[in-house]
Design a binder for this molecule. Sequence first.
Ligand SMILES: [Fe+2]
Length: 190
Amino acid sequence: MREILEAIAPLYDQHDSEIARDLGSLVRGSLDIAVTESPQQVDACFVLSEFQRGFSPLADLVLDKSDLLQWRLVVAGKLPAKFTDNMAAVELIGPTGMIKNDKARLGFFIQAPNLHYPSHWHPAEELYHVVQGRSGWAVDDLSLSDKNGGDFIHHLSMQPHTMETYDEPLLAIWGWTGELSADGYDWKRD
Ligand SMILES: [Fe+2]
């Protein structure tokens, strides 16, 4: 786990924001904290085998170590199966994370190709970092804009946001600060 955290921490030096500084500190402060959760797979972990290797050292590291991670359903029970069967998340650090911390949540997110994750929102402020997978991202009612490995996407508290994968899967790092409860999470039904 330490190898993963050491690879993630410097990413946050590339984004000039309070949330990036907070998440960078969170990761650096977690290097020596014991993991208290066991590895787990969910159905959507089929996506892990669909990534093309060699895109970046970080992407390959996460994929190589994915068996050590506790994958979970995304916002369990709040989205229909067509979404939860095709996306999964790891909470590496957080109140219910593999490494316990009450200040923030941070982890990985995978989404299968050709899937539109409808507009959703939550009380936490959020910073995504795309690790691999060209994908479309939008906030509010704006149209999708393409992001690729290395890009950051910043969502404010309760700001609606949308992600859409194209012909390749998405691997991203997400981080939440502020109000960390998922109770205020909701999504737009068409
Ligand atoms: Fe979000």
